[in-house]
Design a protein around this ligand. Structure first.
Ligand SMILES: [Zn+2]
Length: 170
């Protein structure tokens, strides 16, 4: 949900940030959340791009966040694909990347919020013990978030919900 969905994006020139992503991240940062990206990168297993290419894209992404005044505490990726490398514990909907991030960064998973644009993202969250799960809608801009009992909220309402409530109440 950080970038606009295109097939196996690995080049900076093809990478387009979702409109609204930085503002949304600022809302969470201001409430004391750490920002972590967890991403399936089966294009590595498929040989579409190399780990080195993904790492250089990640470094660029960190710089872009930093130019926006935001620090990414971690970028976790799964380089596997079940039909090529076999099953792995990290590919979402498996919770491996979230559990690794929690261990590395001492995250409080039950009080963390996971946002994703696919049901498998949310399933990974569920399996990692999170209950605050948001399914994001939008093609080139973040438009709305389906967030548990709150239903489908326009992005501005979701941002307000997060900013109104403390990290323990969200
Ligand atoms: Zn994996």
């Amino acid at each position: 949900m950080v970038n606009v969905e295109k097939n196996y994006v690995h080049r900076i020139e093809d990478f387009q940030f979702m409109e609204g992503i930085f503002d949304l991240c600022r809302v969470f940062r201001d409430r004391g959340f750490l920002l972590v990206i967890v991403t399936n990168q089966a294009g590595i297993a498929r040989g579409f791009y190399t780990l080195a290419q993904f790492e250089s894209l990640s470094a660029w992404m960190r710089r872009r966040f930093s130019e926006e005044g935001l620090e990414l505490s971690g970028i976790y990726h799964c380089p596997h694909h079940p039909s090529i490398t076999g099953d792995c514990p990290c590919r979402k909907p498996h919770p491996g990347m979230l559990l690794q991030a929690a261990s590395d960064l001492d995250l409080d998973l039950p009080h963390s919020v996971l946002l994703g644009d696919k049901p498998s993202d949310l399933e990974a969250g569920r399996r990692a013990g999170l209950s605050r799960l948001g399914l994001v809608h939008g093609h080139t801009s973040l438009e709305s978030v389906r967030y548990g009992a709150h239903g489908n909220l326009p992005l501005s309402d979701f941002a307000e919900l997060i900013s109104r409530l403390g990290p323990d109440q969200v």
